[in-house]
Design a protein around this ligand. Structure first.
Ligand code: PEP
Length: 253
C-alpha cells in the first residue's frame, strides 16, 4: 500500500507572514503523534523560507514553478530555486492556473523541470463539468497524456496525480459535491491511462489523490472509498483544526 498523503493548498492566503506563521505553527503543534501519513503544506512562495524553519514533520510544497532554469524570466521562480529553499513538492496544472491560460504543453515543461530538480510534482487534472456521454473521461485522459508526454516511464511514479474535478472545487461558482464513487471511478480510470502510457506496475506505484472541497466531514469517505492515496485540500487547510482533523483521519485508516 502506498503511503497516505495529505496536502494543503493555501492558494493566495493568508495576507501576512505573521498569519502564515500562526496557521502553520498551530497545525504543526497538533501532529506530533502522526507517523504514517505524509503531510505537505503549499503556502505562497514568499512564506516558504520562514515556514521551513518551523517544522520537520510538515513538508513544504510550492503552488507552481517555471520551466526555465535560470535567466531573463521576469517574475518567475525556477524548480532549482525551490529545491534550494527546501521545497519537496510542487503543484502544477492547477485549474486556477489553467483558467489563466496555462496549457498542457506548459505543464509538461514544468513537470520535466521539477523532476530534474528532484522535487515531487503534484499534477492536477480534472474536468470542468460532467456530461451524460462521459466525454469528461477523454478530457482527463488528454490532460494526462499531454502533460506526461516525453517523460521517462520510470519517472512517472514519482509524480502524484491529483484528481480535482473543477465543478467540486470550493472557488467554483455553483459548485456541487463530488462523491467517493466519483473519485473511485476516476482513480481507476487514471491508473488505466497510466498503465497504457507506462506499465501496470508503474500505474500501481503512482499515487492518485482527490481534491475538491475535501473537509474534515468527508475526508474519511474519500480516503476509505474514493480509491485514492490521499487528499488535497484548499479551503479546509486554512483552518488549522480542520486540516489537522483531516490528517488524523488519514492516519487512522
Ligand atoms: C484546490 O483548489 O486545490 C482545492 C482542493 O480547493 P478546495 O478544497 O478549496 O476546493
Amino acid at each position: 500500500m502506498l503511503k497516505k498523503i495529505v496536502i494543503g493548498n493555501w492558494k493566495m492566503n493568508p495576507v501576512s507572514l505573521k498569519d502564515a506563521d500562526k496557521l502553520f505553527s498551530s497545525a504543526a503543534k497538533s501532529i506530533s503523534k502522526v507517523r504514517k501519513t505524509e503531510i505537505v503544506i503549499c503556502p505562497p512562495f514568499i512564506y516558504l523560507e520562514r515556514l521551513r524553519k518551523l517544522s520537520k514533520k510538515i513538508n513544504l510544497g510550492a503552488q507552481d514553478t517555471f520551466w526555465g532554469d535560470v535567466g531573463a524570466f521576469t517574475g518567475e521562480v525556477s524548480a532549482e530555486m525551490l529545491y534550494n529553499l527546501g521545497v519537496k513538492y510542487t503543484i502544477v496544472g492547477h485549474s486556477e492556473r489553467r483558467a489563466l491560460g496555462e496549457e498542457n504543453i506548459d505543464i509538461n515543461k514544468k513537470l520535466k523541470a521539477l523532476l530534474s530538480a528532484r522535487i515531487t510534482p503534484i499534477l492536477c487534472v480534472g474536468e470542468t463539468s460532467r456530461d451524460e456521454s462521459h466525454e469528461y473521461f477523454n478530457v482527463v485522459r488528454t490532460q494526462i497524456k499531454e502533460c506526461l508526454s516525453g517523460i521517462n516511464k520510470n519517472l512517472i511514479s514519482k509524480i502524484i496525480i491529483a484528481y480535482e474535478p473543477v465543478w467540486a472545487i470550493s472557488s467554483t461558482p455553483n459548485r456541487r459535491d463530488a462523491t467517493a464513487l466519483d473519485s473511485r471511478e476516476m482513480s481507476v480510470f487514471i491508473r488505466k491511462v497510466l498503465s497504457d502510457i507506462a506499465t501496470p506496475a508503474i500505474a500501481k506505484d503512482t499515487r492518485v489523490i482527490y481534491g475538491g472541497s475535501v473537509s474534515e466531514r468527508d475526508a474519511e469517505e474519500f480516503l476509505r472509498y474514493g480509491g485514492v492515496d490521499g487528499v488535497l485540500s484548499g479551503r479546509a487547510s486554512l483552518t488549522a483544526e480542520k486540516f489537522v482533523k483531516i490528517i488524523k483521519i488519514a492516519e487512522s485508516i
